[in-house]
Design a binder for this molecule. Structure first.
Ligand code: NAD
Length: 351
């Protein structure tokens, strides 16, 4: 039955499953903590509901437990890292730790991370940088069944390619803009489908290219075996951003772009190009902070639009969700919970 689970309990349960799937305890705990943090942040699409897919990917050999990044090139301000199909929750953190260290040393660092398994919520990495007073920009591509249609196209050709920008705001909470370039994240369609909900106009096309409100078109094969597709946000502009993510996160990192028919592999590989900037080393720290805060104040003075609760800064909805879910627990729907239990049973039956 649907249930609200305290974050600590969920972390332990998920870590146990990941340990059964072959991860050493420390890795299992780190991946579980990252997934639960996505749930806490309000992004159930990138939370513990991913575990069944991760388990399948491990069993298929597409995801390698206990595997960190391999350094291909390290010039200081340039890092080229191979994620070697390890958990993105591990390789992404390693890439950021290395990039942050070098950005502090050189003022900037560009980190190309390729062949990482699913990196989860990209905002997690921006939060690492802003916590150190650094700006970070991330372009990510997704190598998995292509679920997003190009603007003007009638079928899925690429992934939900997220983009993220983190900006520290002095003593105030940071600006963390973290979004899929699809109108909505694919995982949110899985969540909506599992809950039996329809989605608003403009999110989806069906397998024939017609608009639809049924999230199932991108979750389960349709009558002719084909899938529908998500649309990009902002029409041609979102499509342009999605393509930039593929070019930078995929082609430039060395991880590769998607240009083939869909397969049914469960692994999801991400490429991520990250640029980290130290405002102190740039020499603008004082004016940067002053201007950033003045702009935030200015925005917050805008009168509420009719029916709106007022202006929010990117990162704020996630912080509000965390405060609420830390207190009241994380709500897991029946289907998601059943899938997690099936994944656990699959691992038990393997031995
Ligand atoms: P979303 O639409 O919920 O939010 C996107 C951003 O908008 C966030 O920064 C949020 O703080 C901000 N925001 C939300 N409401 C706001 C408001 N009223 N005013 C101002 N700002 C507001 O996010 P999404 O596009 O569904 O993406 C969800 C998550 O999925 C992200 O964490 C993303 O990194 C992740 N993702 C990961 C992959 C992958 O392959 N690893 C792929 C796609 C998406």
């Amino acid at each position: 039955m649907s249930q609200s689970i305290p974050a600590a309990q969920l972390r332990t349960q998920i870590a146990n499953i990941l340990h059964m799937a072959g991860s050493e305890h420390a890795e299992a705990e780190q991946v579980a903590a990252n997934l639960v943090m996505a749930n806490l942040s309000g992004h159930d699409s990138h939370g513990v509901g991913m575990v069944p897919r991760y388990v399948d990917a491990v069993l298929e050999g597409g995801l390698s437990p206990n595997t960190g990044v391999k350094v291909r090139l390290d010039t200081g301000p340039l890092l080229n890292l191979d994620g070697q199909r390890g958990y993105g929750q591990i390789t992404g953190v390693q890439a950021m730790q290395m990039g942050i260290e070098r950005a502090k040393q050189h003022g900037v660092c560009t980190v190309a991370l390729s062949r990482s398994h699913h990196l989860g919520r990209i905002g997690h990495f921006a939060e690492m940088a802003v916590a150190q007073g650094l700006v970070s920009v991330h372009f990510v591509n997704v190598l998995s069944r292509p679920v997003v249609a190009p603007f003007g196209g009638g079928d899925g050709r690429f992934g939900t390619n997220p983009c993220c920008i983190g900006v520290p705001m002095g003593s105030r909470p940071p600006f963390v803009l973290d979004f899929a370039t699809s109108r909505v994240a694919q995982g949110k369609m899985r969540v909506a489908y599992n809950k039996g909900e329809e989605v608003p106009n403009g999110y989806l096309i069906d397998e024939k290219g017609h608009p639809t409100n049924k999230p199932g078109v991108v979750v389960v094969p349709q009558s002719n075996g084909l899938f529908g597709a998500l649309m990009t946000f902002g029409e041609h502009k979102g499509f342009g951003m999605a393509m930039a993510c593929e070019l930078l996160g995929g082609a430039l990192t060395g991880g590769g772009t998607w240009h083939r028919e869909a397969d049914d592999q469960r692994a999801v590989l991400n490429g991520m190009l990250t640029m980290i900037i130290d405002p102190v080393r740039l020499g603008t720290q004082d004016s940067f902070e002053k201007e950033a805060l003045a702009f935030e104040d200015w925005l917050r003075q805008s009168p509420n639009a009719p029916g709106s609760e007022g202006v929010l800064m990117a990162g704020e909805p996630e912080r509000k969700a965390r405060a609420d879910r830390e207190l009241h627990g994380i709500w897991i729907d029946d289907t998601t919970w059943a899938e997690i239990q099936d994944a656990e049973a699959k691992l038990k039956n393997r031995h």
